[in-house]
Design a protein. Structure first.
Length: 202
């Protein structure tokens, strides 16, 4: 699931690809805080600008959330994901030629993206809360507290059975082992604003 909008809770989750959003979506759908809510979900990865056009006037008042992760780890995750996509995917062919080629192709392609492409509307960052994949459990707990406070709900009164994951599913890889100096510089330049804003490093 690539995005969730709960109008009655004044909440929007926008999913940037390969940042742990699938795990977050699962938790959201099963959390008692959203029991009885009409969750509007989209399977494609819409930017905040696209969401703003769908939602309209209510957009600015929403509590807007997304996931982020270290861009160097993101690139490795995207590469490993692309290798198993359908051949017609725009990233499949380049991924079959190795990580170096894939990274160079992605960072120079007009079809590529960075986090800023997703989180800005009219050149302004419009996300209210960032869930860091590296701090997933704690950030999710803080997010639910904020949603509850905004809706005047006590989380202590909810009998929630959904376990907040400590980390997302999947094999943990040492992303640094994929890089050489040239590919690290490519990602550094592609995600320069994100690395500076969120204080990530290699």
């Amino acid at each position: 699931m690539a995005g969730i909008y709960a109008e009655d809770r004044g909440f929007l989750f926008m999913h940037i690809p390969k940042t742990g959003g699938t795990s977050v979506s699962h938790v959201l759908q099963n959390h008692m805080l959203f029991k009885g809510s009409e969750l509007k979900m989209h399977t494609d990865h819409k930017t905040l600008l696209q969401w703003s056009k769908i939602i309209g006037n209510k957009f600015n008042k929403l509590f807007k959330v997304t996931c982020i992760r270290n861009p160097f780890a993101f690139m490795v995750s995207l590469y490993n994901f692309a290798r198993y996509l359908q051949p017609e995917s725009i990233w499949y062919e380049s991924s079959r030629k190795g990580f170096n080629y894939f990274t160079e192709y992605f960072c120079s392609s007009k079809e590529s993206f960075n986090y800023m492409d997703y989180i800005q509307v009219d050149n302004k960052i419009c996300v209210d809360f960032f869930i860091r994949l590296e701090n997933l459990k704690e950030d999710l707990e803080e997010m639910f507290r904020e949603i509850a406070n905004r809706n005047l709900i006590s989380l202590d009164t909810l009998q929630n059975t959904e376990t907040i994951p400590i980390m997302v599913k999947g094999k943990t890889v040492n992303y640094r082992s994929y890089y050489d100096e040239a590919t690290a510089e490519l990602v550094q330049n592609k995600f320069k604003k994100e690395i500076e804003l969120f204080k990530y490093n290699f």
